[in-house]
Design a binder for this molecule. Sequence first.
Ligand code: GCU
Length: 712
Amino acid sequence: MSFQEFPSDESGYEAWLRYPLVEDAGRRAAMASLRCVSCRVDGPCVASALSEWARAMDGFLGETAALLPGGEDEAGVRFAVDTVLQEEGYRLFHDGSLNIVGGSGRGLLYGTCAALRALSLGTDPASLEEESSPAIPLRMLNHWDNPVEDPVMGSIERVWGGKTIFDWTDLSRPNPRYRDYARMLASLGLNGLCINNVNATPEILSPSMLPGLQALAGIFRAWGVRFYLSVDFASPVDLGGLPTADPLDDRVLQWWRDKVAEIYAAIPDFGGFVVKADSEGRPGPGDYGRSHIEGSRCIARALAPFGGTLFWRAFVYGRDISKRTPHERAAQDRANHASYEFMQLDGQFDDNVILQIKRSATDFQIWEPPHALFGKMPRTRLCLEFDLAHEYTGYDVHLAWEGPYLAHVLNFDMAPESGGGRIADIVAGRTGRGLPGAVTAVANTNSARNWFGHLLSGAGLYAHGRLAWDSALTPETISREYAHLLFRKKAAETVASLLDRSYDTCARYMSPYGLGFLYENVHHFDPDPWSNRATAGITEDGLGRDRTQKTGSGYTALFPRGHADIFADPARCPARHLLYFHHLPWHHSMPDERTLIQSIYDGCYAGVEEVRAFRETWRGLHGLIDLERWAHVYEKLALQADHAERWRDLLCRFFLEVSGVPDEHGRFDHSSPSPHARVRSGFGQAVEDYRARVQRMRARIGARRDDGAAYL
Ligand code: GCU
């Protein structure tokens, strides 16, 4: 390969908005006229659409490709708005010129981004023909950023790849990253951003924050993204100095009204609040003997006159249920809690309240089944909350692309008999009382130059946005789109197939057969099965949680019949949920006649081999990808292989110790180094271990970073 052919280095900062130079002369000629634009409309989103178009033409056609204003007839591309289309929808068609028509300025922006995506993927402008609009009206991201760095969780809860991208000491200080982030969100059609941790600090509502929030909201507004804030239920006490946050107290109600009015005076299109109440030690209405309805109403009614929305989180599981009915007490399983807490409240929330439900009931475990509560609240607006932060999939070290799982949850049918209850349809408001809801995800965006820490973690955000817009897209389509947008054609298929397999691979050694919570307790990065034996349901006779109705906690029965029967039957239960729903003996016979424990041993070993194979596959991409991005991912995969081994060794040794069942292949035995010595769980230890490992790895392979051959 000649020097010229070697792709030039990229940091990953451009993510999927790279707009690389079009080298093929025929394609360049077909695109040349696209520099000449006509635009009959204006507004902030239209201006953003035009600026993105100009930026893309610069990239595709070369530095000098400035836009030329043109009349209707001579323009190569016409931008227009037609209110016949849905507000956020767009239509692309070619009639000698390319037409980008939006239902509004925002629709036009989305149409522009769709056209640029197609052009980036090599589509001939003359064949662009598409009409599209999103089914789910609110498509959001939740940042878990901490305005003041937390001593345990750091700058962003659950994100280690970098720090918060927001300069919380002065949010109004100009930073080009903000605009570039807004561009990324717009390119995916995401229209809402909640910028701070659900474990909110009351100070987020202090008047001194407002000018900064106002400035930031203005930047994102131009890209169609509305701002939301997470707030602490006890803010009237902590910030307002009131003696109570009781949602029925007039002073509290007035405090929220005043606070909301103050925000809207500065940010007229403010989206609303997200509240985590009565959950994991957070204050909530329960502290005052009030219900979720009363608690949410107090804040929602302050927001309502301004058109604001309240996202009330359903991640509630710690409440004392000892005074409840015997049936509820039997359900002392976290998987059941939110359902028992909320399903009785269906239909009672105010119209501007959206119940925000995690994609799965116990937490963000790898292949947890979709949350049964989605099928239980037909008269309530619902929001589906995903996690892109990799809290339980190895943070920014492991490649575990969640695309297949996101698509699985969105397409999971809560009315399997009629086929009319996909979770995507429920949150879109196409079922039940037809109340439109939302889809959101905990973001992994951070201050790393490539935005995510692990470059390929961007594929998670990409999948979230694409599926939020169109849940019918297949994961394979999305991974290919993403890979082609990031890399040259020759590398893209290989990258896409790595992404496709990566989630299942990670599950093999972190969560075999859906066994959850094998993590060290604070940071959820390293394995520590010893501390979590009970949560994972590991006993001397077997492993897994019995959640069947007959003999266990009964979570299976909260699903509609078709699913409930399958989940409750170990012979039919999907393998990836087997130990989530069943406690099975170590010697349980698997379909291939191996014992369960032997399958787990084998799976852990196979998982590590798969990661090593990923690393070798990536090595083979050397020269097809610029050195900077190639070396970055190679280093991550090398770290992952190292850490996957650690998972394998600890889990296998642990299972051997508890079960007493040796590995048929003799790969380890009781004389293997005691894994206890390697687990030093607790406060901050995992972070330190991780950092030290990164240092060691860097020292080993990073010293020769400038020379890509050193990695081979
Ligand atoms: C998990 C996570 C916490 C987070 C919580 C939530 O428990 O570990 O960091 O605050 O979910 O979603 O509220």
